[in-house]
Design a protein around this ligand. Sequence first.
Ligand SMILES: *[C@@H]1O[C@H](CO)[C@@H](O)[C@H](O)[C@H]1NC(C)=O
Ligand SMILES: *[C@@H]1O[C@H](CO)[C@@H](O)[C@H](O)[C@H]1NC(C)=O
Ligand SMILES: *[C@@H]1O[C@H](CO)[C@@H](O)[C@H](O)[C@H]1NC(C)=O
Ligand SMILES: *[C@@H]1O[C@H](CO)[C@@H](O)[C@H](O)[C@H]1NC(C)=O
Ligand SMILES: [Cu+2]
Length: 230
Amino acid sequence: MLTLKSILAFSFVTSSALAHFTLDYPTSRGFDDDNEPQYCGGFPNVASTRQPFPLGQGPIHIDSHHNLATVVAFISTSSNPTSFDDFNTTSNGTSIPLASSIFQVKEGDSCFNVNLGNLGVGLINGSQVTLQVQYDGGDGNLYQCTDLILIEGYSVPSNETCTNDASLSSTTSSSISGASSTTASSTSTSSPSASASSSSGSTSGSMARREVVGMGLIGVLSGITGMVLL
Ligand SMILES: *[C@@H]1O[C@H](CO)[C@@H](O)[C@H](O)[C@H]1NC(C)=O
Ligand SMILES: *[C@@H]1O[C@H](CO)[C@@H](O)[C@H](O)[C@H]1NC(C)=O
Ligand SMILES: *[C@@H]1O[C@H](CO)[C@@H](O)[C@H](O)[C@H]1NC(C)=O
Ligand SMILES: *[C@@H]1O[C@H](CO)[C@@H](O)[C@H](O)[C@H]1NC(C)=O
Ligand SMILES: [Cu+2]
């Protein structure tokens, strides 16, 4: 029968799939809660249709379901990237800088601007890139990908502009966080995922613990609800 232990075990399964984040603009390849920790959120194949996106400054919109999360974006210049390695270097071995700083977002909608034409990896009008957003809300790194074709002078839909750029105002007052985003926004040669996770590890430890407790509580409540239904 249902012991407290089994309810807790059940609640952990439930809560791990509850939250996470979505990539809303440009449209993600796909969203699957359970597979979001995998490369491209569990959608490894390039979309059949690439979305037009500005070669210059363009906005990325996400929706965060954790109270505080660490975010970074990086790109692949391969027309068919298959692994994180393809987001690290171009086909001729040039290392690709991060597409954004490493920054924090609060729960809800956020946006940040990228300028892919300025990354110094030879992107031009018509270049095909895949942008991957890495997100850590306290339950590990999560990923979403979007496949783009860069168009010089492309105007995004008027409701998709980003005036309140979350990547410019890192939300915590912690000096560690400030230092790490400064390092990160300079063109780092290390793996994008490695540098991002070390940043979140150093800045959000207590936040993460609080969140785990919170999620456990939600899980217990849903477990109790489930028991009442039985
Ligand atoms: C690699 O490709 C980029 C972009 O096309 C170019 O700017 C760079 O000079 C190339 N580097 C080498 C070593 O060929
Ligand atoms: C950019 O490429 C698109 C097609 O991919 C073309 O229609 C457009 O004229 C190009 N713009 C410039 C400024 O070259
Ligand atoms: C902009 O409008 C489109 C379609 O009208 C909608 O799907 C999208 O969610 C809107 N974006 C924002 C940031 O409100
Ligand atoms: C990315 O490139 C750097 C420098 O070339 C290398 O040290 C690192 O191992 C690479 N990371 C991945 C994930 O390929
Ligand atoms: Cu989550």
